[in-house]
Design a protein around this ligand. Structure first.
Ligand code: HEC
Length: 362
């Protein structure tokens, strides 16, 4: 009798030891650290069940969740809401959880969005000045272009991009141009307005590849006689490719053809490529700096035509804490066929409007 009692106690002690040493599952970790606010289903607990007013995000909403890269969610979970200008009610778990535990919890959070057609935010690579991205965007970009040649041409382009379903995007680009002709004063006018559609047809986070196709119609809205437009509608089919590389580096490519609908214009073929790397200053959670080098090549589709090549070194910088307002500054330097082509200074200001208002998150 005595011996069996002793055996029983040993067995119980042994089982308890095994159980407590056994790792909690991802779901259990999420349940104990996050579900109290974010809910077991990831949709966020009801307002009356939590003691604060700040609305909780819905992790099962793919439109919201898919576009947030793990890196950003890691920062918010590790450092707390204010690290990305969110409410301080979102606690910092940097001390309570190990890096591995946070990553496992985030893997669980990813299960809540069940529709895999939405490309992940990791593919939302830094936007080069000229190369069209493969990722569908919700953003407004104002690009300024200053030509260092004699006529001091300045062009401002207003671009509006809006996502359309899980993988689509529509865009409108309106250019405004101004230059100093050799006789008379400065001239200004609207250029050729472009309408476009882009669709992501392949994306895989494990292999790091995203591929999209699209098309643009460039309308002859600019006054051709005054030098503000081509004077023909142009059809522009394109393909774009993005590739994640190790150590936050990336490669992007964009190939297109231009088919003017009016006779007397040459068809053109273009290729744009960008290589870059994201650096973060002020520790792991600070401002992002993205140096990039773009190569632009374009040639007429006539035999014997020469290829014009430009190099565009540039740097993109995040301006605010939320990192959804970005500045890019670069120089477009003609490398071949340089006669009559000048170096240009190119700048854009980008607002990723889905992530918050222009004045939010500073
Ligand atoms: C005390 C309540 C609370 C707990 C516990 C909590 N959160 Fe949060 N979390 C919030 C609130 C509130 C927000 C929204 C903040 C805002 O919008 O300003 C938030 C926002 C977030 C966001 C930002 C989403 C976005 O908009 O990009 C992430 C990621 C997140 N939480 C992850 C977690 C994880 C992972 C855990 C568990 C380890 C956790 N949270 C635990 C309250 C909480």
């Amino acid at each position: 009798m005595k011996q069996s009692h002793w055996l029983c106690t040993t067995l119980v002690l042994f089982i308890t030891a095994v159980l407590s040493a056994q790792e909690k599952s991802n779901a259990e970790l999420y349940e104990s650290a996050c579900a109290g606010c974010h809910g077991s289903d990831g949709k966020g607990r009801m307002q009356e069940d939590v003691a604060f007013e700040t609305p909780l995000p819905d992790f099962s909403d793919c439109e919201f969740a898919s576009r947030e890269p793990d890196g950003d969610w890691y920062t918010v979970t590790h450092q707390g809401g204010p690290a990305r200008a969110f409410d301080r009610i979102m606690p910092a778990f940097g001390e309570a959880l190990t890096e591995e535990e946070i990553l496992r919890i985030l893997a669980h959070v990813r299960i809540f969005c069940e529709d895999k057609r939405w490309p992940r935010g990791e593919f939302n690579l830094p936007r080069p000045l000229f190369t069209e991205k493969a990722f569908p965007e919700d953003e407004v970009v104002v690009t300024g272009n200053y030509d260092t040649g004699d006529n001091e041409a300045v062009e401002l382009e207003l671009l509006y991009e809006k996502r359309f379903g899980p993988a689509g995007m529509v865009e409108v680009a309106v250019p405004l141009a101004s230059f100093n002709p050799s006789i008379g004063g400065r001239e200004a006018g609207i250029g050729d307005v472009a309408l476009g559609y882009k669709h992501t047809i392949f994306h895989n986070l494990n292999s790091g590849n995203i591929f999209s196709v699209g098309g643009e119609v460039i309308l002859p809205t600019g006054d051709e006689d005054r030098g503000f437009g081509k004077g023909t509608t142009v059809l522009e089919p394109f393909v774009t490719y993005g590739r994640l590389l190790p150590a936050d580096a990336f490669f992007q490519a964009h190939a297109f053809a231009e088919f003017p609908t009016k006779s007397g214009f040459d068809d053109e073929l273009g290729l744009r490529m960008a290589l870059g790397k994201t650096w973060t200053s002020g520790g792991e959670f600070g401002r992002s700096w993205v140096p990039m080098l773009e190569i632009l090549a374009i040639r007429d589709l006539t035999s014997g035509a020469k290829t014009k090549v430009d190099l565009v070194p540039q740097i993109q910088i995040s301006l605010n804490t939320r990192q959804h307002i970005l500045l890019n500054v670069g120089v477009r330097i003609p490398a071949t066929e340089t006669t009559g082509r000048n170096t240009q200074i190119v700048i854009y200001l980008l607002w990723d409007w889905f992530d918050g208002g222009f004045l939010d998150g500073w």
